[in-house]
Write a protein that binds this ligand. Structure first.
Ligand code: COS
Length: 400
């Protein structure tokens, strides 16, 4: 694998050391935790539970749920991205287990009170408590401000009613950060965030949703589900901002996971093209194969540049990185899909046989172009940021 990117000026010694620790774990510990691909896919809940525990024991979840005060809720985005791309190269479920501990707990790292942080973050970091992020609804995915799950103030706290779907770790998580309409204002101005413990009366889990690359995924129901006032995250009406600030961190890491898939597919394809004989020579001697290899290498490096530019910007400048994060997620996921498709092509018939790495990657990459903001949403965010900057540029007024 090409590791030359670790010499890029985005990284310092601490990031390179973390990358080495992730690689060691993926090479030495992960195969025993995972079993075969088939076993892992047959029992995704059990596999993710084992992975979370193993990542916690190895001390690696401190990067996903730092639990420390500080800018960005203690998250170091460069390290988060390195973790996801490294784990994704070996196993999408290892990447998923790691990432969801981060996504599900980041709202607490970013906006939680001291008491909330003390109650939830140590367990997440140790791999003993599993976290989930519950934002989407059947009629509110890309247009998330259209959500209708409600939270009404009542004696003892808030009463939640409604439903969520496409929730990763549904049925497995110990707590869920749930976004619900509290009505302080219209659309995005009237949403709040709550921490809901599994087992809270009135909170139910729907059937697991079976997707082409399975992971724990399902829907949630709320009926007269009362949570204490101390379970409110941030201030009433701040929920949309909490969700977007969390996605600002995690969208670049989705790009990093896609990059890990792409790197794996690329390595598999290059090896294959060198070893496979075709028309009396190595397949790699054919110019049409060389063109594919060049396109794949370029896409991988360009995606990595966008991802680590976003991560470096967040780590060193703080604040919002919506434009950089959306560019990284959009480009890396779309290009990874193309890279993996080319790898399947280089493998020929073998590329669509179950159990072959590129076939698995072909299924695994697809969802990343949809979740945490579909590619079309990322384009809306990028265009919105560009146009807003243009409108607030005083030189804009002076133009003829
Ligand atoms: N950090 C803090 N605040 C943010 C923010 C961020 N990253 N992004 C937006 N906001 C704020 C905006 O500044 C705006 O506040 P003001 O009105 O005070 O300026 C408010 O949030 C609403 O923003 P906007 O007007 O852009 O909201 P829209 O309803 O138009 O939604 C999109 C815009 C489409 C970008 C949003 O709905 C989205 O990201 N959808 C995809 C959701 C998603 O990723 N779902 C997957 C769930 S996880 S699998």
């Amino acid at each position: 694998m090409d590791r030359s990117f670790l010499d890029w000026p985005f990284f310092e010694a601490e990031h390179r050391a973390a990358a080495a620790a992730f690689e060691r774990w993926a090479a030495e510990a992960l195969p025993n935790v995972l079993g075969t691909d088939e076993e892992a896919e047959r029992d995704v809940h059990g596999t993710v539970r084992r992975l979370v525990a193993a990542l916690g024991r190895a001390g690696l979840l401190r990067h996903a749920a730092p639990g420390a005060e500080g800018p960005n809720g203690g998250h170091v985005l460069r390290t988060l991205c390195l973790a996801r791309e490294t784990f994704a190269r070996s196993s999408s479920l290892a990447d998923f287990a790691f990432a969801m501990q981060g996504l599900g707990s980041a709202p607490i790292s970013l906006y939680g009170t001291d008491a909330q942080r003390r109650r939830y973050l140590p367990g997440v970091c140790a791999g003993k408590t599993i976290a989930a992020f519950a934002l989407s609804e059947a009629e509110a995915g890309s247009d998330v401000a259209a959500m209708t799950t409600s939270a009404v103030k009542c004696a003892g706290g808030y009463r939640l009613d409604g439903g969520k779907t496409w929730i990763s770790n549904a049925g497995l998580a110990d707590f869920y950060v749930v976004f619900a309409r509290t009505g302080e204002g219209a659309r995005s101005k009237g949403i709040s965030a709550f921490i809901v413990d599994s087992g809270t009366p009135g909170f139910t889990i729907g059937k697991n949703i079976d997707i082409i690359a399975p992971h724990p995924l399902g829907s949630l129901g709320f009926e007269n589900c009362v949570v204490g006032e101390n379970q409110l995250l941030g201030k009433p009406g701040e929920g949309f901002k909490i969700a977007m600030a969390t996605l600002d961190i995690f969208r670049s890491t989705v790009g990093a996971a896609a990059l890990g898939f792409a790197r794996r597919a690329f390595d598999e394809a290059v090896q294959r093209s060198v070893k496979r004989q075709l028309f009396g020579n190595a397949m790699a001697s054919l110019q049409m194969i060389q063109e594919k290899i060049a396109d794949m290498a370029l896409a991988i490096d360009a995606a990595a540049l966008l991802i680590y530019r976003a991560a470096w910007t967040k780590d060193t400048r703080g604040g919002r990185i919506s434009r950089e994060a959306s560019m990284a997620k959009l480009y890396a996921t779309e290009e990874a899909q193309r890279v993996i498709d080319q790898a399947v092509q280089i493998f020929g018939g073998l590329g669509v046989v179950r159990g072959v790495a590129v076939e698995r990657l072909y299924r695994e990459i697809r969802a990343l172009r949809i979740y945490e903001g579909a590619s079309e949403v990322q384009k809306l965010v990028i265009a919105g940021e560009v146009l807003q900057a243009a409108r607030s540029d005083p030189s804009h007024e002076r133009q003829p």
